[in-house]
Design a binder for this molecule. Sequence first.
Ligand SMILES: Nc1ncnc2c1ncn2[C@@H]1O[C@H](COP(=O)(O)OP(=O)(O)OP(=O)(O)O)[C@@H](O)[C@H]1O
Ligand SMILES: [Mg+2]
Length: 395
Amino acid sequence: MNPFNYISIAEGDNFYDRVEETKRVVDTLKGGNNLVLFSPRRYGKTSLVFRAMQQLEKQGIICVYLDLTPIYSLESFAELYLQALYQKQTVFERFVKMLSDLKDIRPKMTFNEFGKLEFGIDYIEPTISISTVSEIIDLPEKMAKEGKRVVVVMDEFQEIRKLAKFNIEALLRSKIQLQHHANYLFLGSKTHIIQDMFLAQNRPFYNSAATLQISTLPEKDTIEFIISKFKSSNITISEELCRHIIARVENIPYYIQLLCAEIWQYMMPDLNEVNQDIIDECFIRVVESKSDYYFERTDRLSQLQKRLLLALTESGENIFSGKYMKKNRLLGASSLQKAVAVLLDEGIVDKKESTYSFCNPFYKYYIRYYASERNASRRNAINTKIEDGKFVIEN
Ligand SMILES: Nc1ncnc2c1ncn2[C@@H]1O[C@H](COP(=O)(O)OP(=O)(O)OP(=O)(O)O)[C@@H](O)[C@H]1O
Ligand SMILES: [Mg+2]
């Protein structure tokens, strides 16, 4: 079996480092404080937090985990929340009793297609009221008052913005600050948005949680990890080549595993020593295997967004300077602002201080080398089209 994993969160002996960060998460929540943990995409937040939750649960704290990625309505938020709370119930009757005060909904149990009992809700009214959502938000505190302390983890918390028209951010904040037996851990991967939510004075969550920003994993530990995982399949790789892998994927934990998994696959069953050509070949194989998806993703963007992406493959500094805009034909600061906002919002690029960068090093490569097949003319690029199944920019 491939010893590298990027499909699910890292656990067991697939997880390395993050000792201090895990301790910080556990100590902060155990100490009765709320925490917001953020990093760009795929740095290992969820893996780290699952490890911290295991430790908290061992110490008798109930951890309720919900990932806000799929929410799109108040109803979906309520269902997600109730499902997550239900997962932590040992006595279903007690949970039903807790829900009996909710006005618009009733809990129900049904058998799914595999004959397994499933929790769900029935709506008394076609839509759920904000006061019911407010009562749902109070449930962790009610649960905690019955005995064990509760920690609620909200992953991809920035997605709560999808419910902005219901003012849910302010509601959540006002409820949470009155709860003394439940604590909250918020995770965010769109760093500029999450920072704004917690650090801007005019936002409801301003100053409501300690902050922890996680960075990439230490190179030394990653090298050790890569060498030992390959060794378990009798494959050797030098430290220098491990550094080459790390550099190619800009040290992003998820992409390190993805590239290593591809290399391992390539080596099987006969090759036993990794060299640089193999690494570079595997890097391109990953890009090619995703090129349909990258094409679709790019094709949806406006011309300005595409041109900006191409420019970002070279540099993401001072992008609003006259020099940068002129060089890359990004005319109009206000339209450029909008284009940047879309790319940030879609999670295609990330912003650190005032520098913009790609979230995905394979996609960056795709844009740089596939989108600019005819490099010479790309500065004058206006339109895009497909050529040989690849995305190109036309004059
Ligand atoms: N501590 C770690 N040890 C080993 N691999 C790790 C570690 N953390 C993350 N990874 C690798 O990165 C991948 C993504 O991890 P995870 O899903 O925890 O990141 P994330 O920051 O939550 O990502 P996203 O932003 O997509 O939610 C894992 O599948 C694993 O391959
Ligand atoms: Mg995650």
